[in-house]
Design a protein around this ligand. Structure first.
Ligand SMILES: *[C@@H]1O[C@H](CO)[C@@H](O)[C@H](O)[C@H]1NC(C)=O
Ligand SMILES: *[C@@H]1O[C@H](CO)[C@@H](O)[C@H](O)[C@H]1NC(C)=O
Ligand SMILES: *[C@@H]1O[C@H](CO)[C@@H](O)[C@H](O)[C@H]1NC(C)=O
Ligand SMILES: *[C@@H]1O[C@H](CO)[C@@H](O)[C@H](O)[C@H]1NC(C)=O
Ligand SMILES: *[C@@H]1O[C@H](CO)[C@@H](O)[C@H](O)[C@H]1NC(C)=O
Ligand SMILES: *[C@@H]1O[C@H](CO)[C@@H](O)[C@H](O)[C@H]1NC(C)=O
Ligand SMILES: *[C@@H]1O[C@H](CO)[C@@H](O)[C@H](O)[C@H]1NC(C)=O
Length: 491
């Protein structure tokens, strides 16, 4: 009997390594084990996964990997649900880590930016019909999960409309944590995988805060809820209001974007150590922001989109404590631009198509507004710390792998800001500032290794690093996941 069990066990395991879904279909075992446990998935779990399976999207090229999308409830009494889209790794998903990607805002969609314009497999095209397969999709290196967070962003929703006015960093982190716990119940085969979080921009708040929620909960959570978090990687990340703002102004002057007068005026009238903006400072900053109505703040040397489109329409600015000074400016919500500066227009049209939403199991409650890159319904942001450095210090001490990267042509959260922030963090240097190499023997950027944190610049990349330097971004991800230094010499 015992040896029989062992035989069938390894049989199932082999199938699992070949193809999860195949193993799933042949299995009749009803107990619910994780992958690492070597077990198989229960019928209920399989049925749920199958219900979330995205068979084929309109205009999608054929692919070998599996994808799933749908809702995960994060708060039952209020009816809050977050929308996710998950791509299995292109090869050997059972052996690859799991990476969650988050965009920022606050209020912007990880699917609109991350999936569709930066690092996901499918990019909507100009013909407004087809999806292009991204050669440098991050699911070449990992199982890749996107979630629209918090409620009110993209397809994520709440049935309690008053929730929208309560949003801030803390609810976002709590709901995202709850999302993960419940997502792993739906996909238990990934529970034992190494788990990493990555993101950019305002996700400089979200990612460390979610990591902290996991880190703290792991200490008390029942074993079933344990999350195998190994580290995180954040790019052009909002980390510290003082240095981020000082760095932003310095960078604009240093890159010949603003005049001496505007620069001196901002310096004279704004004190970035203070929590609030004075009227004088506000006026000075308006002159500063004016320039970014005519060039792309998020990618200094990229062309602007010149077609008439939804992306150029004015957005209602988000008011609130975060980010302390700049959320009230339209500049915060200006759409980013990639090689095709109009990409966001195609994305917006694509995700508003009813057949696309049906294929993604999205918008099942028929929301009363359109899908947008950045939320039009979130107008208040109630809480955010002025600095994430205390959280970073705690998580460095906690032994998580932490990489910070920066596309060096971004004017919004520029490399200057991040360098000032990291100076303030005051970590010991392990390896001095040194170039790293990418393909064709080119310098990809520079890197410095601190005790507990690695910083990497990506030469010539704007705010959305994977959009502008897709190959280098994938190289960066692979090295981060492998905990390997980027190449210090041409190869
Ligand atoms: C659901 O959300 C409400 C409001 O944010 C909160 O008061 C309540 O504790 C949440 N319920 C659970 C089970 O977390
Ligand atoms: C929200 O309400 C709709 C309509 O009643 C319901 O179908 C849905 O399940 C609710 N969502 C959550 C997360 O409870
Ligand atoms: C800016 O504000 C901080 C905090 O109140 C204060 O310590 C500092 O002296 C101020 N700097 C200037 C130049 O006024
Ligand atoms: C800053 O502004 C907020 C909201 O307007 C106000 O509640 C707070 O008291 C102000 N803080 C300071 C230090 O002026
Ligand atoms: C944009 O719209 C304006 C006014 O509606 C029109 O005059 C102009 O030709 C349009 N430009 C493009 C590029 O479509
Ligand atoms: C919503 O999207 C539809 C179809 O894409 C469009 O016709 C409509 O104008 C949009 N509504 C708003 C409020 O933007
Ligand atoms: C959801 O569906 C409704 C009805 O089809 C549509 O009007 C709305 O724009 C959609 N909203 C989102 C966020 O997808």
């Amino acid at each position: 009997m015992a040896s029989n069990a062992a035989v069938s066990f390894s049989f199932v395991f082999l199938l699992l390594s070949l193809s999860l879904a195949m193993a799933a279909r042949v299995s009749t075992v009803t107990e619910n084990y994780g992958y690492g446990g070597g077990g198989v998935l229960s019928k209920d779990v399989l049925a749920q996964q199958e219900a979330d399976r995205v068979v084929r999207l309109p205009g999608q090229p054929p692919v070998e990997f599996k994808q799933y999308a749908g809702y995960v409830t994060v708060n039952e009494s209020h009816g809050r649900a977050l929308f996710y889209w998950f791509f299995e790794a292109v090869t050997k998903p059972e052996k690859k880590p799991l990476v969650l990607w988050l965009n920022g805002g606050p209020g912007c969609s990880s699917i609109g930016y991350g999936e569709a314009e930066e690092l996901g497999p499918f990019f909507p095209q100009k013909d407004l019909q087809t999806l292009k397969l991204n050669r440098y999709s991050w699911n070449k290196a990992a199982n890749l999960l996107f979630v629209e967070s918090p409620v009110g962003v993209g397809f994520s929703y709440t049935n309690t409309s008053s929730d929208i006015n309560q949003l801030g960093d803390s609810i976002t982190a709590k709901d995202a944590y709850k999302f993960l716990v419940n997502w792993f119940k739906r996909f238990p085969q990934y529970k034992s995988h190494d788990f990493y979080i990555s993101g950019e921009s305002y996700a400089g708040h979200y990612v460390p805060q979610l990591a902290e929620a996991i880190f703290d909960s792991n200490k008390q959570a029942p074993k079933a809820d344990y999350i195998n978090l190994k580290g995180f990687m954040i790019g052009n990340a909002l980390l510290d209001d003082e240095t981020d703002q000082k760095g932003m102004i310095d960078y604009a002057w240093d890159h010949a974007v603003i005049s001496d007068r505007v620069y001196e005026d901002v310096k004279a009238k704004c004190n970035f150590s203070l929590p609030n903006v004075s009227d004088d400072c506000n006026t000075a900053l308006n002159a500063y922001f004016a320039v970014y109505r005519i060039i792309d703040m998020y990618s200094l040397y990229a062309p602007d989109c010149v077609s008439n489109s939804s992306s150029s329409r004015q957005r209602r600015p988000i008011q609130g404590v975060a980010p302390k000074m700049f959320s009230q400016f339209d500049g915060w919500h200006k759409k980013p631009a990639g090689y095709d500066p109009c990409a966001s227009d195609y994305t917006e049209i694509y995700f508003n198509k009813p057949d696309v939403q049906a294929a993604l199991h999205a918008n099942v409650t028929k929301m009363g507004y359109n899908w947008t890159h950045c939320s039009d319904v979130i107008v208040n942001w109630n809480d955010a710390p002025a600095s994430i450095l205390p959280t970073l210090k705690k998580l460095i001490a906690g032994g998580l792998r932490i990489w910070v990267f920066s596309g060096d042509t971004d004017g919004r959260i520029p490399v200057t800001a991040t360098r000032l922030t990291l100076q303030k963090l005051g970590l010991k240097t392990v390896q001095e500032w040194t170039p790293w190499y990418t393909f064709h023997q080119q310098v990809g950027g520079w890197t410095i290794e601190y005790e507990g944190l690695t910083f990497v610049t990506i030469r010539g990349a704007g705010h959305q690093v994977p959009t502008f330097k897709p190959r280098e971004a994938l190289q960066l991800l692979k090295h981060f996941l492998a905990d390997k230094k980027l190449p210090p010499a041409p190869f």
